[in-house]
Ligand binder design. Structure first.
Ligand code: PMT
Length: 396
């Protein structure tokens, strides 16, 4: 995802400096080359050796280190960078940057770079609310610096409030977004994911094996590409994607209501959820007791949300999935026509590495003009981007 990208990670002196280690790990795991610059006070919290070992690059700590100046040179580092992240960023470093002070390796390199700069502040709540700090932040924003707003919570100083460094995963997502073409800016993508549950009684339900991985991957990709994203999800074990409005539902009827409420504002809708086609006619109020004979359940049809959207879609791009165990193309083609969608993602869920609860998928894309695209085995995150590429094309 970040292969070939050069990132400078600036670490300043705050107790949250330890979280920069995890951020570094996420960045390198995604394929980025990371060069760490630490301020003198940052080295009081975490040793340069930790960053050096994990980044496999020398860590710069001093402006006047002649060896590293010869080997890397802060100007060449500033030139090469695709992105500059400062995490944690203290009020002090933000104040210096806002006022053009470049008196150490970190501030000098930031001043010299043309790369986008992502600042993740961490400080005491009173410092964060101080009007001088607010002016400095506003000034940097005016100059194009991006900020990852701090979280609220218990701060190291014992105070409670805003000022806590965001989680490394959140900063990582913002970094990926900063390096991603924003071709979905202005779009509002509505995505469904996961299974639905239809309750039989207080302890049992009808459901399926959907993990939500496919839909969540689409939500993450759309957000990274600049879209406003609403994710309507059935019960899963996945963490809510950063920066995405996530609406948790349980049954198909609840999913229908949430989708219909989000539909008017949306411009693209992608329905990856595995919705139960049937639900019990009546939910028992008490646990159904075991009896001697067989048990017959009476089921009624759930609303077909995708079909309903197909009736009212207008100019919106509408994409459905088809999970099939047999006659993949025949069944998918029928769904394309019957549900009035722009594209069907046909999923042969019997194939190895495809379908439910795996990290990969194999699909065929069916379009209204009769064309079909074969998509070989690939990671769901990669497939998510490919599906969004097709959605963009369908829009134009
Ligand atoms: O969640 P994962 O573990 O990552 O697995 C991914 C997946 C296999 C669930 C996904 O790739 C997939 O194929 N999703 C569609 C599953 C499905 O229910 O397919 P279907 O053929 O039954 O439904 C066709 C389409 O109509 C789907 O877009 C579905 O969301 C929609 N539908 C179905 C029934 C219903 N009552 N309302 C609907 O909107």
């Amino acid at each position: 995802m970040l292969q070939g990208k050069e990132i400078i990670l600036g670490v300043t002196g705050g107790i949250a400096a330890y979280k920069a280690v995890e951020l570094l790990r996420l960045l390198t795991k995604a394929g980025a080359g990371v060069h760490v610059i630490m301020t003198a006070s940052a080295t009081e919290f975490v040793t340069p050796l930790t960053f050096q070992t994990l980044s496999m690059n020398p860590v710069s700590t001093s402006l006047f280190n002649m060896i590293s100046e010869r080997e890397i040179g802060h100007i060449s580092l500033a030139d090469r960078a695709d992105l500059f992240i400062i995490a944690p960023a203290t009020a002090n470093v933000i104040g210096k940057l806002a006022n053009g002070i470049a008196d150490d390796m970190l501030t000098t390199t930031v001043m010299a770079t043309k790369a986008p700069v992502l600042v993740a502040p961490a400080m005491n709540v009173n410092m964060y609310q101080n009007p001088i700090y607010r002016e400095n932040e506003a000034k940097l924003k005016r100059h194009g610096y991006r900020f990852v707003e701090p979280a609220k919570g218990m701060l190291a100083c014992g105070w409670e409030g805003e000022g806590k460094l965001q989680e490394p995963q959140v900063i990582f997502e913002e970094a990926v977004a900063a390096l991603t073409r924003q071709d979905l800016a202005g779009e509002h993508v509505l995505i469904t994911a996961g299974p639905t549950r239809e309750e039989l009684d207080p302890v049992r339900f009808i459901s399926n094996h959907s993990s939500g991985k496919m839909g969540y991957a689409i939500a993450r990709a759309a957000r990274r590409r600049g879209a406003t994203v609403t994710l309507v999800t059935g019960p899963t074990c996945l963490a809510e994607p950063c920066g995405v409005e996530t609406i948790q539902v349980v049954s198909a009827e609840e999913m229908r209501q949430a989708v219909m409420a989000a539909f008017p504002a949306s411009t693209m809708i992608i329905k990856a959820a595995a919705v139960s086609d049937y639900r019990p006619v009546a939910r028992a109020m008490a646990k159904i007791k075991k009896t001697a004979g067989t048990l017959t359940l009476e089921l009624e049809k759930n609303p077909d949300i995708l079909s309903e959207l197909g009736q009212i879609k207008g100019e919106k791009v509408l994409i459905g999935f088809a999970a099939e165990t047999d006659d993949l193309m025949g069944n998918a083609a029928k769904k394309l026509a019957a549900k009035n969608v722009d594209m069907i993602v046909a999923n042969d869920i019997g194939a190895e590495g495809a379908g439910f609860n795996v990290d990969t998928n194999i699909v065929k894309l069916l379009f209204r003009d009769g064309s079909v695209e074969d998509v070989p085995l690939m990671g769901k995150q990669e497939l998510a981007d490919l599906l969004l590429d097709r959605a963009v094309k369908l829009k134009s």
